[in-house]
Design a protein around this ligand. Sequence first.
Ligand code: TNX
Length: 533
Amino acid sequence: MKPMKEILLLIYMIVMSMSVFGQKQILSVFPNPAETTLVKGRFILTSATKIYVDNLETSGRDAELFNEYLLKYYSFSLDISVSQRYDSNAIIIRTITEQDMPDDAYRLDVSNGFIIIEGKGAGVFYALQTLIQMLPPYKTDVFKLQRIKIYDYPQYKWRGMHLDVCRHFFTVEEIKKYIDHISFYKMNVFHWHLTDDQGWRIQIDKFPKLTSIGGYRNGTLIGHAKDTVKKYDTIRYGGYYTKEQIRDIVAYAERRHVMIVPEIEMPGHSLAALSAYPEYSCTGGPFEVAKSWGVFEDVFCTKDKTIHFLEDVLSEVMDLFPGKYIHLGGDECSKVRWEKCPECRKVMKREGFKNTGQLQHYVMRTIGKFVSSKGKTIIGWDEILEEKLSPGAVVMAWHGDSVATAAANLKHDVIMCPTDYCYFDYYQGDSITEPLAIGGNTTLEKVYSFDPAPKKITPEQRKYILGGQGNVWTEYISDFKQLEYMVFPRMIALSEVLWSKTENRAYESFDRRLQKHVSLLDMYRVNYRRLNK
Ligand code: TNX
């Protein structure tokens, strides 16, 4: 028998180690912050806690969003004011411009009587996302927060999520929710794929038929495009965003420090536009908005008339989106029609081209020049590398390392989204038990193992890798519930890959933190894929 004192000491040590374990568990923040120090003690946040900001227009707006969040999930909000003198029991928020701090960095100090937040750029907003993730996953009006010091900043500046709203349409409310999800994990780009064969989704005043005709299809494929017998329903399907709705969404995203990159596809994936305006094709049509998925042979003709049409469309698009980038697509363009088209032949002769592949480059370069003349930067899928890259074009590398390295070598910025790691339309588990998807197999662990820097890249080329993004093509994603299922939790893994330092990343710790984090997702009623226990 051990003496009583020893037993008591043993019990004390077990209890202490449990509480330390408990403290560690508290910090299930995604993406994992750069530097974290746990301090003994707690900060008690209640409805009496006050927020002091240095500026109502900048940090004040971030604080308001924090309040909206508190109100939504905990039914109370805090008093916000500008002040130089602080009572204790307060959150003090300051925007800083320190030169030696990385862009969008922040400090979050949950200390005795105060929570102090300092952020550069979007840093204050990010600090508040970290704080939010530390709050309890149930409704209460007393938060016992672990004291902690965090210094945090991103590794990559492009941390994006893409969404295809053409194959299936998502409402304004759903798009806003998607933006909420993106910004919650400190991601900062929403790549909005607005036009494709199966639907044109953006109002263009000069060409109203783009949406009235191109916005709707007369049925949709049932099952998989690879099924031997193709079956379709006969339900008219579609929708589009008005300019007013788009402006509203742009402002919504801006408040959450998310830049929207609109994509207008050309010269391929353009059947919806051609159904509305067949005169911009090679054959004159008629065409039907596509009901199935894949690559179609009817694409924009390369004649001047079509180029002018595209420029007019883009002028209206550029007016709507204040961001620096316009995505012009450029992927998967069939050359079959161009081969036989007298108008395309004329362009080839005039430009001295030997093959139709050069026409693809011609469209991207001509339109690219137009877009650049308006002060914007163009982005294209990596097929734009095939002939010659347009000046200043950013390459979205979906085919992986070799195209990315080639583009970086030419001193072009690159966004990484290789299919194997970043395609969230791919299966995330056994295709027999998962809901129908396009194919592939991209598990959570696989996404977590993604390294945005291509394998054989030199330090010089590496500077051109802006970051990466998850792509969500929606052929087999017909509603928001399924969208969340495909995105969660893989997007969380990607957010960490793009934000956190490589040395702070280990799958086991990620998995452990995630087990805890999902209780927050339950509170938000996110339809995430259950974790493997
Ligand atoms: C390829 S990725 C496409 C899309 C499809 C996707 C399905 C890219 C630039 N083009 O049109 O939806 O595969 O995964």
